[in-house]
Design a protein around this ligand. Sequence first.
Ligand SMILES: [Fe+2]
Length: 325
Amino acid sequence: MNIRSLGYAGFTAKDLESWRTFANGLLGAQVCDAEAPGVGKALRLRLDAKCQRMLITQSSEELGTYLGFEVEGRDALADAQRRLAAAGITVQHGSPEEAVFRGVDAFFRLTDPMGQAIELFCGLADDEQAFVPSRAMGGFCAGDLGFGHAVLMTTDFDKSKNFYCDILLFRVSDFITRPNRRLFMHINPRHHSIALSESPVRGIAHLLVEVNEFDDLGRAYDVALRDYPDAITSSLGRHSNDFMTSFYVRTPSGFALEYGWGGRLVGPHWQPHELFGPSLWGHDRRAGNPESRLVAGQQRQFAFDQGIRAPSPGGPMRPDVPDAH
Ligand SMILES: [Fe+2]
């Protein structure tokens, strides 16, 4: 298995126009109209030179969310299929029309142990046009790192961990044990492309997109406070592991989107380790359950009392070292 990045995510929305407004106004993505085969109207959101990083299909039904992982080419895709078959996992090949919709050479789909739809693909095309964000901004941190990350809720933490670590060969970055188990995994220098959160329910906890410039995070937060105040699920804060400064907002599809800046990269000498908690400051989980909110507050207080901070405040950090605190 030679997965290179989390290349795209696809999901449905009852109201595409709400997504168009959200993506144009808050995200700063480039929004393009598309046609999903057999389904109908869709939007493709661009974050970089690629033709899409998010595909939103209009549907009154919940058709499910899918995550697309990139491999090198058709040989790598065939190799991945053989390795999955050896692990007892069958795949379903996407049709040529579905591949065209995604802008990829080829792909197949499978499900993880929680039933989450996953696609392995090769050859995500660049768009014919240069990327133009919807507002004046410095663009997104995507490219070879993939579009961002996805955090998945799992009711069987060990089974999910085995799938992503032992079969898809993600590597552990770090983990949290209170108030629930959380595991952060990388597949390229991005600190985590996938994370797992032990939960009574399954599904996507959130997706992340990362901007290149700090001011664009602040401006998006201004838009969220002005236009989507009731949809902010977590206030501005900074994570303790990837040092991402971010906030969380509920999308028109219902799941949360983390909008961040300044994520660190990891290198080949990275050592997995346990974290005291998820955030150095902020990230008040307005929508979280009382217990998780209480524990998160205690963990922030611990960081406050200990004076724990990111190693170099004021700019994006790219240290190729194990944990700095
Ligand atoms: Fe995140």
